[in-house]
Ligand binder design. Structure first.
Ligand SMILES: Cc1ncc(COP(=O)(O)O)c(C=O)c1O
Length: 406
């Protein structure tokens, strides 16, 4: 098994001893390295916006202050969490297809930067609330393109979708929104595909965004302040997944972004790259300890203290069509000689972390490290199910460990 964590293995061992398991460990140094890479590949066009749904840990949010200029939030809970952790409301964009009246009202009262409108009814509601609050609210209009290229793990457009306004009806919708006195369109937003490891597919998707942005800005004679590109940048989860070559994405899209920049209509437009997992996913590892081993009908089984309840995505229950093992290793290393099925502690057959994993001989007390776990982990898992302890969250920075469990 590929071992992307060798230098961190002693830290993983120390963290599981000191803080217990199940636990997530997030490496600040790895996020820092990823930020540097993104700066090199995309910094000449884009500023970044971190979609905090990927990992809303407060320590991470505070650490990102000053390192990433914008946050995308998707609920009032996330608005409050961002504000409580030092973010300025003006630096937030608020996406989400079913924002409730109270959420929009509080976001407007807080001075949110942009509300990302996902439907016409939402626009009318936001308009009414902004007028009642005596403000003109900035909004981004989220568009749903009619096509998402092949090569994305999940797509939010190109078919019937709860997200954004279909491009087929977008011109009339934009005219309607532009006429609402309580709102001011600051720009457009598209997030139509996630988890791609293919530079050609990502570049093609961004070309679709650019074409949509141009089409509607010209149609409405808009000079947008901001255009948000939902990145779609993925991470490798499974053995055999390729590492995403962001330099190749940059090279492929460079002529299109340079041409957009050269167009006077977009010369002063702020381009924003919105991303979640690509920033934090590979910086996280999930640690689960073997409570018991057994052999059942000739197969070796290791039963771990955290499974689906602590890391839903690793069990394949978070939008994976075919369940495949996340990359993983036994902390402490060793020659892989044993085929083992890893299960969590729950009384359900879907609580399975790995099938047929090749590992060193596994014994009670061993700690298994599951890679690519920094996004859609702790906050995306049903920790309440069967009332086992919730996973700890550990922050690792320059070799120093701290417990940052919420
Ligand atoms: C609007 C929006 N922004 C950002 C994201 C983050 O996606 P990812 O973590 O794949 O970058 C999503 C994912 O569903 C999204 O819907």
């Amino acid at each position: 098994m590929r071992q992307p964590w060798p230098e961190l293995d002693p830290l993983l061992a120390a963290a599981s001893e000191r803080f217990g398991t199940p636990a997530y460990l997030y490496s600040a140094d790895r996020i820092e390295a990823r930020l540097a890479r993104l700066g090199i590949d995309f910094g000449r066009w884009f500023k970044l916006s971190y979609a905090m749904k990927a990992n809303p840990n407060p320590v991470l949010l505070r650490w990102l202050l000053g390192r990433v200029p914008m946050l995308d939030v998707s609920s009032l809970g996330e608005v409050r969490l961002a504000l409580a952790n030092g973010w300025s409301a003006a630096d937030l964009s608020f996406t989400g297809p079913a924002k409730r009246e109270a959420e929009i009202a509080e976001a407007i009262a807080a001075g949110i930067g942009d509300i990302v409108l996902e439907s016409l009814d939402e626009a009318d509601l936001a308009n009414r609330l902004a007028i009642a609050a005596g403000v003109q609210q900035r909004v981004l209009v989220r568009l749903a393109p009619d096509r998402v290229p092949k090569g994305f793990g999940d797509q939010m457009a190109g078919r019937c979708s709860p997200f954004g306004i279909d491009v087929e009806v977008a011109e009339a919708a934009l005219r309607h929104i532009a006429a609402l006195p309580g709102l001011r369109i600051s720009g457009l937003h598209i997030y139509s595909g996630t988890q791609s490891l293919r530079p050609d597919a990502i570049a093609e998707n961004w070309r679709i965004f650019i074409a949509c942005f141009q089409q509607f800005c010209v149609a409405l004679d808009m000079t947008p302040e901001r255009l948000v590109f939902g990145s779609g940048l993925g991470i490798p989860y499974h053995a055999g997944d390729t590492h995403l070559d962001t330099a190749a994405v940059s090279a492929a899209i460079s002529p299109d972004l340079d041409a957009l920049r050269a167009d006077p209509r977009f010369g002063a437009t702020e381009l924003v790259l919105e991303l979640g997992r690509h920033l934090v996913g590979e910086a996280g590892v999930f640690l689960t300890r073997v409570v018991r081993t057994k052999t059942s009908r000739g197969s070796r089984i290791a039963l771990c203290d955290g499974g689906l309840n602590a890391h839903l995505a690793a069990t394949g229950q978070f939008g994976m069509v075919l369940r495949r093992n996340y990359m993983l290793h036994r902390v402490g290393g060793g020659e892989p000689t044993e085929v083992v099925n890893l299960h969590g502690p729950l009384c359900t057959s879907i609580d399975k972390l790995a099938t047929g994993a090749m590992l060193p001989p596994i014994a009670e007390g061993d700690v298994i490290a599951i890679h690519a776990s920094g996004a859609y982990g702790a906050s995306a898992s049903p920790a309440g199910f069967i009332s086992h302890p919730a996973p700890r969250e550990i922050w690792a920075e320059h070799g120093h460990l701290s417990d940052i469990t919420r």
